[in-house]
Design a protein. Structure first.
Length: 289
């Protein structure tokens, strides 16, 4: 049985309506908004495509066990978790408008992703396994969140930087909720590890497919002359982004986070990074909602 560590203060979860402007931004994001790098931009755009439907899957997976949660504190956290995930989906869907304005046709991929992941695959697993997958993916998003907040994403366009850092902070805030629900309803180690393996394969597969589809369309637009070559200063920014990204100790440490999840006595709160999220939310004036 996994014991919940004692921490100074677990955040009170509340949704924050952000209404990030992208197309209406004073300086709209350029096509290669992640440091001028085509690769990093398409990777970031690709995972953005997965978020809204993924967040709704998380909500369904946790909500299925609401009647089995006896702890009133955990029930309150589940409600806060679901409310935050709703907002994440809405904010990321607003980003889709920018991609479509840049000429990307994303609806066919989104329809395929929905049909394969949530119409075909999801019903073939038990509610407990879907919850386990959710807990594992929440561990990944908390790791990504810590990486983003530690780094600050200095090479990202400011509008996307704001979106990703806010999302990162809230992922850290609610990182333990799905895990705690899983431990309350099915604490078997085999279920937890199986969920992590399924989550890893699913995340990497759909992330790769989304990024590859955007790269394919990008190449087609370039071949058609709709996109001109990048200026030298953009190539320099891309090189600096590559160096900064791959040399970050936090990025290399994410592999450790994966291994940690496999420990029988693992709990997300064993790594107390809540203060990192609180500090960022306080800095943007959204700590209390």
């Amino acid at each position: 049985m996994t014991a919940t560590p004692q921490i100074t203060e677990r955040p009170s979860l509340r949704p924050r309506k952000m209404d990030f402007p992208f197309i209406e931004h004073d300086t709209p994001p350029e096509r290669y908004w992640m440091g001028g790098s085509r690769l990093f931009t398409h990777m970031a755009n690709g995972i953005n495509l997965l978020f809204p439907k993924g967040e709704r899957f998380f909500i369904r997976s946790v909500r299925a066990f609401m009647d089995e949660i006896e702890d009133p504190t955990l029930r309150a956290q589940v409600r806060g978790f679901m409310a935050q995930e709703v907002r994440h989906g809405i904010e990321h869907e607003s980003f889709f408008e920018l991609l479509e304005a840049q000429g990307y046709e994303i609806q066919p991929f989104l329809a395929l992703y929905d049909r394969v992941a949530y119409t075909w695959i999801e019903p073939r697993f038990s509610p407990q396994m879907r919850l386990s997958v959710t807990a594992a993916l929440e561990h990944y998003t908390a790791m990504f969140g810590e990486f983003a907040l530690s780094d600050g994403l200095p090479f990202a366009h400011s509008a996307l930087q704001d979106l990703l850092l806010w999302h990162a902070a809230e992922e850290i805030e609610h990182k333990s909720v799905a895990f705690d629900v899983l431990m309350a309803v099915d604490p078997r180690y085999g279920v937890r590890v199986s969920g992590m393996m399924l989550a890893t394969v699913g995340l990497l597969t759909f992330w790769f497919l989304a990024s590859r589809e955007l790269m394919r369309q990008d190449e087609a637009m370039r071949d058609a002359g709709a996109i001109t070559g990048e200026p030298p200063q953009l190539r320099q920014r891309a090189h600096e982004a590559y160096v900064a990204f791959w040399e970050r100790p936090t990025f290399r440490g994410m592999a450790t986070g994966f291994v940690d999840y496999l420990r029988p006595d693992f709990h997300p709160d064993q790594h107390d990074n809540y203060e990192m999220a609180r500090a960022y939310l306080a800095r943007i004036g959204r700590l209390d909602g």
